[in-house]
Write a protein that binds this ligand. Sequence first.
Ligand SMILES: *Cc1c(COP(=O)(O)O)cnc(C)c1O
Length: 396
Amino acid sequence: MSDKKSFLDEAGMNTRLSHIGNDPTEFHGFVNPPVVHASTVLFPNARTMETRAQKYTYGTRGTPTTDALCEAIDALEGSAGTILVPSGLAAVTVPFLAFLSAGDHALIVDSVYFPTRHFCDTMLKRLGVTVDYYDPMIGAGIEALIKPNTKLVHTEAPGSNTFEMQDIGAIAAAAHRHGCVVTMDNTWATPLYFKPLDHGVDISIHAATKYPSGHSDILLGTVSANETHWDQLKEANITLGICGSPDDSYQILRGLRTMGVRLERHQESALNLARWLEEREDVARVLHPALPSFPGHDLWRRDFKGASGIFSFVLKVDSAEQFKPKAHAFLDALRLFGLGYSWGGFESLAVHVGLSDRRICKAPTEGPVLRLQIGLEDVADIRRDIEAGLAAAAAV
Ligand SMILES: *Cc1c(COP(=O)(O)O)cnc(C)c1O
């Protein structure tokens, strides 16, 4: 196995995705790890029980199934350790609770996933933590916003729904000069296309609900820490009693095996459609970091190895009164696309994005923002469906 491990360390991404995590020789040669359902773990004698001197001690502290997934995620993230939590949102809130205390201040990117903002504005506020939102394009300028009590800087790139890029390396360097923890919600890129810890981030957050799951049927979050922050993260995980279930962990490990090839297809189809939409008269703008026209594209090209399958476009309309009727006409004419939240699954989804929560990155004024998750269907069919939506919007 040690031979295999060193082979994998130097192997390509799809090879690693096919083999990381579990070790079949530990389970009688079965290719996949068993799904261990557990609360109680038995000890052979009182002495072992008292000292807890064995690998597994209780269900909340890990099983062979959750360990297999954590090891796979560590291999992808280059992290010292990974915790599993029941949702992507918990993957944000648990590290916030791990590293923030009453009297602290946190800096949160303004293009953040909305439920993260809600957590900051309600529960963090109630616990005595103050928060300021910052411009995603701020880069090294974040230093001017850091106060003596700033303890955490949260990044997310590209931003939710509008896909603003961030100079993660510059932000992390400035934050570290002041002793702040740097967290990043890396759900869009996955560790295949961006490895946060290589760019100075301390805590990498992932909604495994999205691409690792890939099938719109699992909720799970992963939080991965570098060496310096691992003990404190793990301690919070144990203290809160928030853990991922064995069944869900098994399914996410299964999803990882095909995530590389799925992402290649998501990327190719989404870019194909983004380029096509950009040429259309009825589209004001396409918000996709891999398009050269997109502000922040240079950061994407410098730091990221690829793009995933979700982006937005701004429909061109004549007046503010037309925003909602045209957006709804577009959505209601779609037959292939489902109208639903989340993304990363095999099927295409569309949503009219609300941006009223934004303080700095205001909503585009040219028209409504429509977010498309491009699934694994044939791209010609997806295009045909979008064409029908655009025709319906034009008829309003
Ligand atoms: C979906 C999402 C989450 C939350 O994941 P859930 O499992 O749905 O709670 C967190 N961050 C980002 C960027 C997301 O897109």
